[in-house]
Design a protein around this ligand. Structure first.
Ligand code: 4NP
Length: 167
């Protein structure tokens, strides 16, 4: 397949949290890692963003980078704020918690075409509907980042399986 044809069928996936320095960069890095392991780089475009602008331009939090590195995952992101255009151009937008989800739904124009949902809707280990948030680890210690990593990894693996189920 020519490169242009390949690009035409790329699925665009955006991960969103509050600051875009902890949870969503981890989800972006893990999803990219899984995509590459599966040899599917040509099928996906992956990015992350925050609902706020507090950390725009920053590299991920050192604790997020450390937990990712422990698992052999690199985090390529630089923080940016999500825009209404993102919700028109991405196919799938995965929110880390219900507050992010509410903010994204407020931001979306009527024309928004993205499928916007919680990342942990894909987590088979979640304890029902009350347990769908990836908790904000920013003000906690490193163990919070280990927990976030496990949730994100389980959810991203299930998301990738869902998005490639018909191939
Ligand atoms: P994130 O975590 O939303 O997972 O990137 C946070 C990062 C920064 C802040 C809060 C949460 N903050 O208050 O600056």
């Amino acid at each position: 397949m020519a490169n242009a044809d390949r690009d035409a069928v790329r699925t665009r996936v955006l991960f969103v949290c509050l600051g875009n320095i902890c949870r969503s960069p981890l989800a972006e890095g893990v999803f990219l890692h899984l995509v590459r392991e599966a040899g599917l780089d040509h099928r996906f475009e992956v990015d992350s963003a925050g609902t706020c602008d507090w950390h725009v331009g920053e590299r991920p939090d050192a604790r997020a980078t450390a937990v990712a590195r422990k698992h052999g995952v690199e985090l390529p992101s630089r923080a940016r704020q999500v825009t209404p255009d993102d919700l028109d151009t991405f196919d799938h937008v995965l929110a880390m918690d219900r507050e992010n989800l509410r903010d994204l739904r407020r931001l979306a124009r009527a024309s928004a075409r993205a499928n916007i949902r919680l990342l942990r809707a894909h987590d088979a280990a979640a304890a029902g509907e009350a347990d769908r948030d990836v908790p904000d680890p920013y003000y906690g210690g490193p163990s919070g980042f280990d927990l976030v990593y496990e949730m994100v990894h389980r959810s991203c693996a299930a998301l990738l399986a869902e998005l490639t189920a018909n191939e």
